[in-house]
Design a protein around this ligand. Sequence first.
Ligand code: IMP
Length: 433
Amino acid sequence: MRKKLVILGAQWGDEGKGKVVDVLSESFDLNVRYQGGANAGHTVVVEGHKTILHHLPTGILHKNTSCVIAQGMVVDLKGLKEELSKIKSLGIDYEGRLYLSDKVHLVLPYHKHLDALFEKKGKIGTTLRGIGPAYMFKYGRRGIRLADLQDQDRFEELVRQNVEFVKDISEKVFGEKFETTVDQIVQEYMSIYDRIKDFVTDTAQLIANFKGSILFEGAQGTMLDVDAGTYPYVTSSNSSALGLCNGTGLPPKFFADAYTVGVTKAYATRVGDGPFPTELKGKEGDLLRDLGGEYGSTTGRPRRCGWIDLVALKHAVETNGFDAIIITKLDVLDSFDKVKVCVAYEVEGERVERFPSSLSTLERCKPIYEEFEGWKTSTRGISSEEDLPSQARAFISFIEDFLGVPVVMVSTGPSREEFLWLKNRIRTELIPS
Ligand code: IMP
């Protein structure tokens, strides 16, 4: 049994991590989110009721799990306040089990304004939640941290400087008027801070001294990681295992005994722009989108869909050092006659087996596929390995052999109950006793 579990997206986000963390976090004492912000949309379906979490760790839904929003996140306090009200309206009490790092950077209204402006020049297809500009301010040493709200005068001065800076960019670079009232921002955010200040603490110290089991919940996915992903079509944080240390404030040796699991769909999706070698632009892509309900949980945008890409997944395995893989949405493939798996790319007659860093190479990659017989029967809700059709088992075995990592769990529907364990011995690594 390990007491530290890391759950990460292995693709371009939206792999179904919310569902997986929901199933697992009940068995953990602490659930930590440590990067990204309201760009994430972790969807959980409980008793037919859909809840989408943007900032809060998924474990907030389990009354015995404490939750941390660690220092690497960028937090939109207004959004967080709404999320907390929503959780409360569901009858969930979070008092005394939610902790926010005093080092998180704030996403303020002017970050969203800049996000929209930047999208007009050099489109990435962001979620427009102000994430990129908030991280820009952080690394450009202009950011405002939650700890700055302990001193209203200081907060006000920082907001004033930022507003002037943004006004210059908006009006001088983009020729767009930017009107905002510093006082209004300060009043509004101070009043939210007053309501949450009891949750604010040094979360790095809290995690370092924590005696129970801990689940670290990544947001987005490895291929959107600012260093490991398809740069510049990425998010602005380290959304792979690379973000664990700076996101939590803990040293590498803290994670030495962690068990790291990557979550992938049985196919692939991407929302926003950027390279996606296995994208299906015709009827098959539309069918995947319809069957998988592939619309962004944060923005509602239709997701681009394609076959599973094992070249990209191998890159994710190497980047994160996955101990195991979880496959979600197997049931979405139930009706296909043939199911394809990308095993290499072809670039101008050359076979490429490693995920390229160069964007122009990536754009020229043509997928080389292995084809599998479809199982043509419903796997929806199957909860034991023996009930899986043999063709689905062959598909899963091929993926694990190719990646050299065991597949330990398969999700067969959106609800909490719709999943199965493969290789039961590994389950004991995933769930602390
Ligand atoms: P940003 O994180 O809003 O700056 O967006 C940068 C890129 O990451 C865009 O392609 C977004 O669609 C994508 N992205 C950000 N968050 C998520 C997510 O939670 N799931 C899937 N894609 C995401």
